[in-house]
Design a protein. Structure first.
Length: 352
């Protein structure tokens, strides 16, 4: 599902956003199934034109798009030869490490030329790209999803995903939802405001846990066929731009939401749902599973209505019930922004 319509985005300063740089960390740029062997795909993230290609060995590479020779964008008309990217303009070949491997009309390659290569990691069917404004290598690894395996869950792409491209949102907007329980009632129509029973930020990972009641007072529903159920929304933040939600007490679905900056004004928002197969060999979700995915997709749409039009309040007048987790999240988040005035917080914790 692709929705590219969006209102104009105000500048960061006009929206009150305190950061002037993109956060450091891992960001989601697509699903593994989209990047087929031998194919070349243009990308644009962090105000940089990029090119992705998967070589014969199966390795996915992402590098700067422009050929150092005469500036052709290698994502348009480029091809793959073995594990090399071939420029469409003069056939120069570039290795996955960004080195010039061949000039077809010359006796030797130009070994002094390099193309910038971006760190890439494929995890749980998602393609993750590392961004650091200084060009530094990754400082932490992405976790795996506990309990997930491809034999018992539907393939994530394309049926279990959602995609909203070029939207005026920032990764911080998604991140702050992880410490905000009250919006569950007013944005997502929860019966009550959930209780945050614990929260912690340690290194690059955030964790919070909300006690929730699903379906109370609604009788039997498709999601709660036996009436209201008490459970927990267990949340992980992998840096600023990736959030994992586990719906404990309702079903075994796990959702990942991600926001990846395209440039200083718009980002791509993606949703990935890991849904257990109801039939061992099923590839397409059953009617019930499809209904669950569509329900989750609508909830992302509810967030977007707010995120696309909001301004960022740097010093919010928070009531006591939400101040501790919300401010703890912001202190933890500062570590990912190079210009943040607050030093990186190694650990923040809380429990109600």
């Amino acid at each position: 599902m692709v929705n590219t319509a969006s209102p104009p985005m105000l500048s960061a300063s006009n929206r009150g956003f305190p950061y002037r740089s993109h956060p450091t960390g891992w960001f989601h740029v697509g699903w593994s199934a989209e990047f087929e062997a031998g194919e070349v795909m243009p990308l644009r993230y962090f105000s940089r034109d990029l090119v992705a290609f998967r070589g014969k060995s199966g390795t996915l590479s992402i590098m700067d798009a422009y050929c150092p020779h005469l500036g052709a964008h290698m994502g348009y008309g480029g091809s793959v030869c073995g594990d090399n990217l071939v420029c469409p303009f003069h056939g120069w070949q570039w290795t996955a490490e960004g080195r010039n491997a061949e000039i077809p009309y010359s006796s030797r390659p130009n070994r002094g030329q390099r193309v910038t290569v971006w760190p890439v990691h494929e995890v749980n069917g998602l393609v993750m790209l590392w961004y650091d404004a200084t060009g530094a290598e990754p400082t932490w690894e992405l976790p795996l999803i506990a309990g997930y395996d491809t034999d018992t869950f539907y393939p994530v792409h394309p049926h279990c995903t959602g995609e909203w491209l070029n939207r005026p949102v920032a990764p911080q907007f998604l991140g702050e939802n992880l410490a905000d329980s009250a919006h569950q009632k007013y944005v997502h129509e929860a019966t009550d405001v959930p209780e945050i029973v614990e929260f912690s930020g340690e290194g690059p990972l955030w964790h919070s846990r909300q006690r929730m009641v699903w379906g109370r007072g609604k009788g039997d529903t498709w999601l709660t066929p036996s009436g209201g159920k008490v459970g927990h929304l267990d949340i992980q933040g992998w840096g600023i731009g990736i959030a994992l939600f586990r719906f404990e007490g309702i079903d075994d679905t796990v959702q990942i939401q991600s926001i990846t900056p395209v440039d200083d004004t718009v980002s791509d928002l993606r949703m990935t749902n890991f849904v257990p197969r109801h039939e061992p060999d099923a590839v397409v979700p059953t009617e019930r599973a499809a209904k669950r995915i569509e329900h989750l997709r609508r909830q992302v749409g509810r967030d977007l209505v707010v995120w696309e039009h909001m301004t960022y309040v740097a010093r919010p007048p928070l009531p006591p019930e939400e101040a501790k987790p919300y401010l703890a999240y912001r202190r933890w988040a500062d570590q990912f922004y190079p210009e943040a005035a607050t030093p990186a917080v190694s650990a923040v914790t809380g429990r109600s």
